[in-house]
Design a binder for this molecule. Structure first.
Ligand SMILES: Nc1ncnc2c1ncn2[C@@H]1O[C@H](COP(=O)(O)OP(=O)(O)OP(=O)(O)O)[C@@H](O)[C@H]1O
Length: 255
């Protein structure tokens, strides 16, 4: 395991839209690691993930995915990535099975490889019974599970999810969370953004806190607690403490 390349390595990543959105970000995620990226609205989380997914061009910096330089070899990098945006596109007139066939076709997968993989994913996410129903009548949870299956069809090494649990009921959220943890056990690295701090607290191996496009703290919950002036129990309190605006000369958050 140790000689595997990092699932994701960002070095000195920059992106500005007039105002800096990502400002010299360094981030490393190991294979099989579950990483939660936290930050207030506008902190730069989505911009970071969109650059990794190849949807936005960085102004500067390095992006390596599973050892592949994503800026030099974007296609090879994309083949290793699954990207689930916060408002994923699902074709309502397709059934889950047709949707997975469509996505597999975009990846150039053969029917021999895609068919069993689609069945495995749909069964695992409790969608097999609905495999031939059009997605147009689906609940938010069923839609989210369908796009998650689509994101995983090509067996990516790095799974990136932007707010994947927002709006899901407890049952659907549990199925998605279980699926993500299962992926990490199979060696897939997972990075997700979430405002549901309990998810990060309970599932993540490591948590990164981003503010103004910079990583201001990173580690497991105990480590983050040790950085917080409050040293309080919940991640919510630690997060609020580390991201609170500081008066000059006040110690607290890690630089
Ligand atoms: N396409 C864009 N054009 C102009 N500004 C943008 C664009 N995308 C993001 N920004 C700005 O970049 C900054 C970072 O935004 P980003 O969406 O990455 O934050 P975020 O941490 O994902 O926030 P949220 O939790 O609200 O999703 C914000 O100031 C945002 O307004």
């Amino acid at each position: 395991m140790t000689d595997l390349p990092d699932a994701l390595r960002l070095r000195n990543l920059h992106k500005s839209f007039g105002k800096k959105a990502v400002d010299g970000l360094d981030l490393t995620i190991r294979p099989g690691e579950f990483y939660a990226l936290l930050g207030a609205n506008g902190a730069g989380k989505t911009t970071t993930l969109r650059m990794v997914a190849g949807l936005l061009q960085p102004d500067a910096g390095e992006i390596f995915v599973d050892g592949v330089d994503a800026r030099k070899n974007p296609i090879a990098a994309k083949q290793r990535i699954a990207w689930l945006p916060d408002e994923p596109l699902l074709y309502d007139k397709l059934t889950p099975l047709e949707y997975l066939e469509f996505v597999a076709g975009l990846w150039g997968m053969t029917a021999e490889r895609a068919g069993p993989r689609a069945e495995e994913l749909l069964r695992r996410l409790n969608l097999w019974e609905q495999r031939n129903q059009r997605c147009e009548g689906f609940s938010r949870g069923m839609r989210q599970k369908t796009v998650l299956a689509g994101a995983l069809i090509h067996e990516p090494r790095l799974l990136m999810l932007d707010e994947p649990l927002t709006g899901l009921d407890a049952g659907a959220a549990r199925q998605v969370k279980d699926m993500l943890v299962e992926q990490t056990r199979a060696g897939v690295a997972v990075i997700l953004t979430t405002h549901i701090l309990e998810v990060a607290e309970k599932i993540a191996d490591r948590i990164g806190i981003i503010a103004d496009g910079r990583l201001i703290a990173e580690g497991d919950l105990n480590h983050l607690r040790s950085l917080s002036a409050a040293q309080t129990a919940s991640l919510e309190e630690v997060f609020l403490d580390l991201t609170a605006p500081r008066e000059p000369g006040v110690n607290g958050a890690a630089a």
